[in-house]
Ligand binder design. Sequence first.
Ligand code: SF4
Ligand code: SF4
Length: 86
Amino acid sequence: MALNVGCTAPPGRARENRTGSWRVFLPRFDHEACSKCGMCQLICPEGCISETADREFVPDYDYCKGCGLCAEECPKHAITMVQEEK
Ligand code: SF4
Ligand code: SF4
């Protein structure tokens, strides 16, 4: 069998690839416990955590793949991973 070497990804591809469809667990944010440090936003490999005008950090569940890094690194333990229900 012949294998292709390398690949190309056209611009805009990452936005089209809704990685949230892979998810088994999803992060729940406790905004009361959050210290607004921004660590979750910095560390998220999907870049899908944003800060609202009210200074709440929220994930975009279309792109959150449920890796749990944000919950692991949150210094306030303000993020809990829960089982996805589909
Ligand atoms: S890492 Fe935790 S404490 Fe820091 S902004 Fe995110 S949720 Fe808040
Ligand atoms: S679980 Fe992973 S992909 Fe989802 S918001 Fe947290 S760090 Fe980002």
